[in-house]
Ligand binder design. Sequence first.
Ligand SMILES: Cc1cc2nc3c(=O)[nH]c(=O)nc-3n(C[C@H](O)[C@H](O)[C@H](O)COP(=O)(O)OP(=O)(O)OC[C@H]3O[C@@H](n4cnc5c(N)ncnc54)[C@H](O)[C@@H]3O)c2cc1C
Length: 398
Amino acid sequence: MNKKHVVITGAGPVGCVSALILAKAGIHVTLLEAESDLPLDMRASTFHPPTLDMLDELGVVQEIIKQGLITPQFQYRDRQEGLIAEFDMTAISEFTKHPYRVQAEQYKLTRIISKILKDYPHVEQKYSAKATNLTQDDGSVTVHYDTPDGPQSISADYLMSCDGSRSFARKTLNIGFPGYTYPELFMVVSTTDDITEVVPDMCPVAYITDPEEWCAVIRAPEMWRFLIPTDPNMTEEELLDIEFLESRIQGFAPKKQKYTISHSTLYPVNQRVAETYRKGRVLLAGDAAHVNNPLGGMGMNGGVHDGVNVSEKLVQILNEGASDNLLDLYDRQRRSIAVEYVQAHSIRNKKIMEEKDPSIRKQRQDEIKAVLDDQEKSLELMMQVSMINSINKSNAIV
Ligand SMILES: Cc1cc2nc3c(=O)[nH]c(=O)nc-3n(C[C@H](O)[C@H](O)[C@H](O)COP(=O)(O)OP(=O)(O)OC[C@H]3O[C@@H](n4cnc5c(N)ncnc54)[C@H](O)[C@@H]3O)c2cc1C
C-alpha cells in the first residue's frame, strides 16, 4: 500500500471505473459524490465492445452482461421504407473479445463497482459531498466540498473531475467549454411492452430516419426506449403529457391497445468539448470534458475510455515514477478523439436521422445498402460504430 492519493469528484460511470483502476493499483482514492446515494437515473444504456473489453480487465464485465442484454445486431430503418440494412457485429470478433453491444442502464455499472470498492480499505466513498472549490500548487491539490455537517476539504496528489457536464473543476479553473446547445429538447419514452409483438423484425438497436420525427430505438433488459426529438414550440407540460408520450410510440409501432409508459425523460443536448483536459494536477474526464448527442451511444462510452486512459497514466506516474507529462499525452489523445471522432460522428448521425431532402435520404439509404453488400466496407462501418477505431486512433497519438 502506498500513500499516493487521488480525489475523484462524481460517482458516475467514469468516476467509478477510474476509482476501481486506481484502487486495484493500491492508490488511495477519495470518491466525492454530491448526491446522497448513487444516482439511479435513466441515461446511457449502451456498452460498446471496447468498453466491455476494458470492464473485462477490471473483472466486472460478467456482472454487467448478467444484468444486461447482449445485442450483436443493429439496424438502420426509415420510418416510411422500413428496414434498410441490418449489421451483425459478430464480424468484428477478431478485434474484440465482446463483438456485441450490451444494453444495460449506466446505474447498473456504478452499483456493481461501488460495491466492489467497499472491499478496498484505501478507498473512501463519500456521499452528500459536493465539491465547490479547489486550489493547487506544485505538490498537491486541495478540494473543498460541502457536506450536511458543513464545509470540509481534502488534499491529494491529483484530482479527477468526473462530475458531469457542469464540472465544478472546469468552471473553477475557467476552462472554456465551447460548442452549442440544440434548440430542441430530446425525449426518451420507455415502455415495458414488447415491441417485437407489433414490429416483429425490430432489432434491439434501431436507428429510424425521418424528416419530421426520427427515433433511436434501444431495448434495455426491462424496457424498450424510444429516443426522439421534440418540438421547441411545445411546453414541457405538453411534452410530458401521458397521452402525448403514448402517441409517440404508437407512431413507430402502431397497435390497437395502449402502450404502458414506464418512464420518460426530457433533456437538453449539447455538443461541447473542454479547451483542455488538464490543468496542473486537475484532470477532466467524461461529461466534464465533453458532451454530445446520444446518437451512437458515444457519451458514456467515450467517457469511460477517458477514465481508463488517464487512470492508467496516473498509476504509471504515482507507482512507477513516470513523468507527469503523460497527462499532457492524455489531453492530446482523448481531446482530439472527442473533437475529431465523437463530435464529428454524433453531429453527422443526427443530420442523417433528420435529413429532409428526399434525394439525399435516398442516396444515404442506397449507400448503406451498398456497405452491407461489401464485406470490407461493412467491417469498416462496424469498427467505427463499435468505437474500436476511436480507441485505435487515440492510442496511436504520441
Ligand atoms: C437524461 C440523459 C439521458 C442520456 N441518455 C444517453 C444515452 O441514451 N446514451 C448515451 O450514450 N449517453 C446518454 N446520456 C449521456 C450519458 O449519461 C453521459 O455521457 C454519462 O453519464 C457520463 O458519465 P460521467 O460519469 O462523465 O458523468 P455523470 O454520469 O453525469 O456523473 C457525474 C456524477 O457527478 C456528480 N456530481 C456532480 N457535481 C458534483 C460535485 N460538484 N461534486 C461531487 N459530485 C458531483 C453527479 O451527481 C453524478 O453522480 C444521457 C444524459 C442525460 C442527462
